[in-house]
Design a protein around this ligand. Structure first.
Ligand SMILES: *Cc1c(COP(=O)(O)O)cnc(C)c1O
Length: 227
């Protein structure tokens, strides 16, 4: 078995155990394999083990991989910071974008999503840990941003994404993820049916699943350490 296959199996086991511990079904947690810095051959190896959804942080690198792997039925998620001058390529290349934190970016994506493609699936990134340098909308401004995005054409608003401050303190991990769950519940009460909560990475996926993640984004635990 290849190392990617072994690691992918180990991640799936972790997901199954965390889901069981939380009284949830493992199939309710979608696994996104974060392939940034890894080669198309590595993505192909993961795809051969049944992995379908992949995440990329850099537009150019992601677009190259999408083109190189267009023979496979893969789903591509853009999860990195978004500059205005990159929105067209994101709108033309990806199935999902998870890192929208400004109305202007969403408007550009809506205008630039090609008509022959299905709507771009969108998550709003939230700065849940309140770090000044972090991407993501402040929780206090989330509802306003969601209202602006919900009316845009060519986009389907799916949910919220977060990259909390890294910490090995399990209680802090749980607290950050539970704030995200509460934010999603708030938005649902306001009438926005968000079905996606994208949170949890290689080191904290258990805490995220315990707090209701429906999507986890895992890189190193599948592909190995990044060079
Ligand atoms: C790199 C990255 C991940 C994956 O992180 P790992 O620690 O490799 O699992 C998930 N989400 C985002 C936004 C990332 O940039």
């Amino acid at each position: 078995m290849s190392s990617i296959e072994l690691r992918l199996r180990a991640v799936r086991d972790r997901v199954a155990q965390a889901a069981a511990a939380a009284g949830r079904r493992p199939e309710d947690v979608d696994l996104i394999a974060v392939s940034k810095t890894f080669s198309p051959a590595d993505v192909r190896a993961a795809a051969a083990c049944g992995q379908r959804a992949f995440g990329e942080n850099y537009v150019q690198e992601g677009a190259r991989k999408v083109a190189a792997l267009s023979d496979l039925p893969l789903e591509w998620h853009f999860i990195g910071p978004i500059q205005s001058n990159k929105t067209r390529q994101i709108a033309e290349t990806f199935d999902w974008v998870q890192s929208v934190d400004r109305a202007k970016i969403a408007q550009r994506l809506a205008e630039q999503r090609p008509a022959h493609l299905p709507p771009l699936q969108l998550c709003v990134q939230v700065n849940v840990s309140g770090e000044a340098t972090k991407s993501g909308v402040e929780p206090a401004h989330l509802a306003e941003l969601i209202e602006q995005i919900a009316v845009l054409p060519r986009l389907t608003l799916r949910g919220l994404m977060a990259v909390p401050a890294p910490t090995s303190d399990l209680a802090v991990q749980r607290r950050q993820f539970s704030s995200m769950s509460e934010l999603r519940n708030d938005m649902c009460k306001r009438g926005f049916a968000l079905d996606t909560l994208s949170m949890g990475m290689s080191d904290d996926l258990e805490a995220a699943i315990a707090e209701g993640a429906t999507m986890i984004r895992v890189g190193r635990a599948i592909f190995g350490e990044r060079g």
